[in-house]
Design a protein around this ligand. Structure first.
Ligand code: F0G
Length: 456
């Protein structure tokens, strides 16, 4: 059959509260034109993030009931540990309450002034955790990854030549580790090829540097490898995941993505001394090493989620449904990062609204319009999130002005996605009437969460 169906039936439903356009205009004004400030109950389709928003399966809910809540040595920890080991092959598995907690631990141990870390692209919390220690985070994405309109199978790859130049420039003794983010969230949810992982590993080996995966969307990345990389078409996704992790010396993970749970994460590694240091810090900041800030039931849900995430019917539906939205938008002429990513579609706001300059935040204009038009919540990933000011207070814009439509896992059906496309097409048709925004309040750090805006 041609039609790819959702590979699940729906047992429990969560009603959507409908609002009118007039109500949404008011709601947005009260929220200071910032979608992070809107009550979720006032949103029809929430595409703010794919993180922690997955629908759990009946087996995961059964796991919640089975959760062993012993403080130390809970059965659920051992189930969790075995499930993570099966995928990563790593020796030491440390649970954390989410991805950034794992990052905080590893980077506060390895970071500090004078240290440098490199990645294809660091996610913003990862970068913040590195910079917070006084170290520097450097992105070395391949050139094609910086061009939204150009298609390539692996636009999340790291520039291997640039990596070597970087190592020679700052000195290998100042680089505690190299990170590959799979898939590359900040660069359009684009995958990294196995060949690139291997090449990066070879450079790391040459200079005796450890390689870590920021593994949040490892299964989506593996499925892209299966679809697009020669030699992998007949391998199982689990085998591909295992090979990806086999080149890494460790990983940080947000289980809120590709472990299909609402909270959780891990830090995995093979270096025993480093693992001991991490566990000591974990005890101070997260919890005892067999629960790490989670409940036993959360660990059980992660263990089950890791079984389900490598299911190829699930991944086929997942990757295809994101692509389906992307195709509908492209056929209406809406500019997006091409090809569509794994977990999200990224609208290219610069091309959508060429008359609105970065200082007037074109991405935010789109975010506001799609909320008003259809109650859809999305997220600006552009100069509000990444813009900085120069010494005269003038905005230094971000490299790209994007709007991310992140798709929660197993939550929305095809008709929800059809509705999203319809709203976007309507907004695009009326784009000549859209105005820019100015910031009227902002916090000194991570301003996108709390900033307030006024339409111009
Ligand atoms: N790394 C990547 C690539 C991420 O996308 C995220 C989270 C994290 C690390 C941090 O994990 O949220 O569990 O602490 N991304 C979410 C998003 C927030 O919306 O893309 P966390």
């Amino acid at each position: 059959m041609k039609t790819i169906i959702e590979p699940f039936k729906i047992k429990s439903v969560e009603p959507i509260r409908f609002t009118t356009k007039e109500e949404r205009i008011k709601i947005l004004e009260v929220a200071g034109y910032n979608p992070f400030m809107i009550h979720a109950d006032d949103v029809l389709i929430d595409l703010l993030t794919d993180s922690g928003t997955s629908a759990m399966s009946s087996d995961q809910w059964a796991g919640i009931m089975r959760g062993d809540e012993s403080y130390a040595g809970a059965k659920s920890f051992y189930n969790f540990e075995a499930a993570v080991k099966k995928i990563t092959g790593d020796e030491f598995i440390i649970p954390t309450h989410q991805g950034r907690a794992a990052e905080k631990i590893i980077f506060s141990i390895l970071g500090g002034p004078g240290k440098y870390f490199a990645s294809n692209t660091f996610f913003d919390t990862t970068r913040a955790n590195i910079e917070f220690t006084g170290a520097e985070a450097v992105d070395l994405l391949v050139e094609i990854g910086k061009h939204p309109e150009q298609r390539a199978p692996f636009k999340g790859n790291m520039d291997v030549e640039a990596l070597e130049v970087f190592i020679k420039k700052v000195g290998k003794e100042n680089i505690p580790l190299i990170v590959l983010t799979v898939t590359n969230n900040s660069g359009g949810g684009q995958p990294v090829s196995m060949q690139n992982i291997r090449e990066v590993k070879n450079v790391c080996k040459k200079y005796d540097l450890p390689l870590f995966l920021d593994a949040c969307r490892f299964a989506e990345n593996a499925y892209f490898i299966k679809l697009r990389e020669k030699g992998y078409e007949n391998k199982s996704v689990l085998e591909i995941c295992q090979e990806m992790f086999s080149y890494a010396d460790g990983s940080t993970m947000s289980a809120k993505k590709d472990a299909l749970v609402n909270i959780g994460g891990w830090l995995s590694l093979n270096d025993e001394v480093l693992a001991m240091k991490c566990r000591n810090l974990l005890i101070v900041t997260e919890g005892f090493p067999t629960y790490g800030g989670l409940a036993g039931r959360d660990l059980e849900a992660i263990a089950q989620g890791l079984e389900e995430i490598v299911d190829e019917h699930y991944l086929q539906y997942r990757i295809r449904s994101t692509e389906y939205l992307g195709e509908k938008m492209l056929s209406a002429g809406i500019p997006i990062i091409e090809p569509p990513g794994g977990h999200a579609i990224y609208i290219d706001a610069k091309r959508f609204l060429p008359n609105i300059p970065p200082e007037q935040y074109p991405g935010q204009s789109i975010v506001c319009e799609i909320y008003i038009e259809g109650g859809i919540r999305a997220c600006e990933i552009g100069s509000i999130m990444f813009g900085k000011y120069d010494e005269h207070g003038k905005l230094i814009p971000a490299m790209m002005e994007l709007v991310r439509l992140a798709i929660p896992r197993r939550v929305y059906t095809q008709s929800h996605i059809d509705y999203v496309a319809e709203v976007l097409i309507e907004v695009y048709k009326n784009r000549s009437k859209i105005k820019g925004y100015k910031i009227v309040y902002e916090a000194p750090m991570l301003r996108h969460f709390t900033a307030k805006f006024k339409p111009l």
